[in-house]
Design a protein around this ligand. Structure first.
Ligand code: GLN
Length: 283
């Protein structure tokens, strides 16, 4: 079978089994397995695929056709122009989350010296480690309750060759009494009752990283309550939120943090995706 023939067959199979982006996923699997660029796939489309590689391609196609996200099949995801290792123990980095990283990055760059940042619920480490790469002057600490997630995050730190510290525990329980200049979090925020109805692909992701309690806001409540004990004067809190959560989360932040400034930031789709609060210089 040639490359072009396999791509056509893979696209057909994926569209028949209800994959939202059959073309992109078929190419992605082929590029990665054959070690070729998108252009190579076209220019060398008549080349026959060796049997061993065809076997690998077909088993990956089976998994994708059964609904497994392509990032888990290939074991990696791109985020902020960086490549992250992922597996079933962590959420796949979303483009929406780049809004959170950009907001925290602008803030960090305005802080002289060696500002400190805490990334809660770090998962693969995509938020904290992107910031470590883009703001190397900062000292970054990542925490997660899941030992499996921290293992992946540590592997990503090594691969990206950035400086970062890791702590395992439930939100701020992972820490002593430390304070930070900036705190970021993309906590679980899907209301529990909505989990069973999620897209087939999302059901392959860990419920621990998605389930935000009855109204989806459990983690925001806990973070907003404890944040004043963990932020330095003049510190800033940045939270990713789900659709229609920005206003209630903004209220929570304002209720608990003595804010000099608080607000929301939209993502590229125009959805209010980040809530922030900056504390006064004197707390
Ligand atoms: N953005 C993810 C989704 O829509 C949810 C991530 C989270 O719960 N933090 O599936």
């Amino acid at each position: 079978m040639t490359i072009t023939e396999w791509l056509t067959h893979a696209r057909d199979r994926l569209s028949r089994t209800g994959c939202p982006d059959p073309d992109i996923d078929a190419r992605w699997i082929a590029e990665d397995t054959l070690g070729m660029t998108r252009q190579d796939l076209v220019f060398e489309g008549d080349r026959a695929i060796p049997r061993a590689q065809l076997y690998t391609l077909e088993s990956m196609l089976d998994r994708r056709a059964a609904g497994e996200p392509v990032q888990y099949i290939l074991g990696s995801a791109d985020f902020m122009g960086l490549r992250f290792r992922v597996d079933h123990g962590v959420l796949i980095p979303r483009q929406d989350t780049e809004t959170l990283v950009e907001a925290a990055l602008i803030d960090l760059r305005q802080r002289p010296g060696q500002p400190t940042l805490l990334d809660l619920c770090c998962g693969s480490g995509c938020v904290g480690l992107s910031l470590a790469s883009l703001a190397p002057h900062a000292r970054i600490t990542l925490t997660d309750i899941s030992p499996e997630a921290l293992e992946i995050a540590k592997a990503n730190q090594k691969a990206l060759e950035v400086r970062a510290e890791f702590r395992q525990g439930d939100l701020f329980n992972a820490l002593d009494r430390e304070r930070f200049d900036v705190i970021t979090a993309n906590p679980p925020y899907i209301p529990s009752g909505e989990l069973p109805a999620l897209q087939r692909e999302v059901r392959f992701e860990p419920a621990l990283a998605l389930d935000g309690g009855a109204d989806g806001l459990d983690f925001y409540r806990r973070i907003a309550e404890a944040a004043p004990d963990h932020l330095n004067p003049g510190g800033a809190l940045f939270l990713e939120v789900g659709i229609r959560q920005a206003q209630p989360v903004l209220e929570l932040v304002k209720a608990h943090l003595p804010c000099a400034e608080a607000g929301t930031i939209k993502d590229l789709n125009g959805v209010e995706r980040v809530v922030f609060g900056k504390t006064r210089d004197e707390i």
